[in-house]
Ligand binder design. Structure first.
Ligand SMILES: [Zn+2]
Length: 120
């Protein structure tokens, strides 16, 4: 899965995968326009920390990953509400290790989160 720094980037990617979503903890439905408005509002009112990021599942579900571990799936694809969504980011991606300090880093990371060593 790709990672996104803002919900809007994640939402824009999700719109290439499906066209209807539902909120994970209620039955509120979203179409493309609703989703992008929601994402913009979320980014401006509730921006995430730099260690956190959003992910998008193959069906277009949007999750928030905090501290590189558990993913909270916030918005599900209405087409596949029962999709088997991964609970951790590491489980679905091959880990790399920082060549300087040996800490695990996600494959798309540009810097080691521990020692800030550049990885590209
Ligand atoms: Zn490092």
């Amino acid at each position: 899965m790709e990672r996104f720094d803002t919900m809007l980037e994640a939402a824009e990617f999700a719109t290439t995968l499906c066209k209807n979503w539902k909120f994970a903890i209620s039955d509120d439905g979203y179409d493309v326009k609703d989703l992008l408005v929601l994402a913009e509002t979320s980014d401006s009112e509730n921006p995430i920390d730099e260690d956190n990021f959003y992910v998008v599942s193959p069906s277009g579900a949007i999750g928030l990953c905090e501290d590189g571990e558990d993913i909270d799936w916030l918005i599900l694809s209405a087409a596949m509400p029962n999709e088997n969504l991964p609970l951790t980011y590491q489980a679905v991606t091959r880990m790399k290790f920082c060549p300087k300090c040996g800490s695990p880093v996600v494959p798309s990371a540009r810097f080691c989160s521990k020692c800030r060593n550049g990885l590209r």
